[in-house]
Design a protein around this ligand. Structure first.
Ligand SMILES: CC(C)(COP(=O)(O)OP(=O)(O)OC[C@H]1O[C@@H](n2cnc3c(N)ncnc32)[C@H](O)[C@@H]1OP(=O)(O)O)[C@@H](O)C(=O)NCCC(=O)NCCS
Length: 150
């Protein structure tokens, strides 16, 4: 399985916003939508200082996307969002994409990678803790914040 990241452009934008999680996973996102990519891109545009939007491909198939903000001056990066389309979950793509992100932000100069997830999101928790992320305090939105030392 050869995964790679590609930028989201005018050519694959529609494909990206059409991707979706299962209905019961909509509450993994604070705005509770099974199709979060349009909102994630809007947030990256409005709030993201240097926010990166990366589509995740296996061959010619976009299996979904992740969003992160490098803050290299502070030696860290923040994963804003990760999702794998409902058709492609459970095949190792999430784990592999996270491994690729870790290597990427390390190359970019980050020494820590942070993220947050809903307390009930056991799949995300299992994935992140198995990679070495250490869960800590909750943020203002009630999500658990976790950091990985790189
Ligand atoms: C969380 C998510 C990204 C995982 O992606 P995925 O490609 O399905 O996951 P993988 O197949 O790579 O599995 C990686 C690990 O995730 C965990 N996991 C995945 N699905 C799970 C499930 N249904 N229940 C419990 N753990 C699960 C396991 O620890 C798994 O490790 P394993 O392969 O050793 O069993 C995906 O389920 C998703 O998009 N969920 C909805 C959005 C979301 O929760 N995003 C993260 C919010 S911060």
């Amino acid at each position: 399985m050869a995964l790679r990241f590609r930028k989201v452009t005018g050519k694959n934008y529609h494909e990206c916003i059409a991707l979706e999680v299962r209905e019961d996973q909509a509450d993994c996102f604070y705005f509770k939508s099974p199709k979060p990519n349009m909102m994630s891109m809007a947030e990256a545009y409005v709030f993201g200082s240097g926010s990166q939007v990366l589509a995740i491909y296996e061959g010619g198939t976009m299996v979904d996307a992740l969003f992160y903000v490098p803050d290299i001056k502070k030696g860290r990066a923040w994963l804003t969002r990760l999702m794998i389309d409902k058709r492609y979950q459970g095949r190792g793509y999430g784990r592999k994409a996270m491994g690729m992100l870790v290597r990427r932000v390390k190359r970019e100069g980050a020494r820590r990678l942070g993220l947050s997830y809903e307390p009930h999101n056991k799949a995300a928790e299992a994935l992140y803790t198995s990679m070495g992320f250490r869960p800590g305090r909750k943020n203002e939105a009630g999500q658990i914040v976790a950091w990985l030392d790189l």
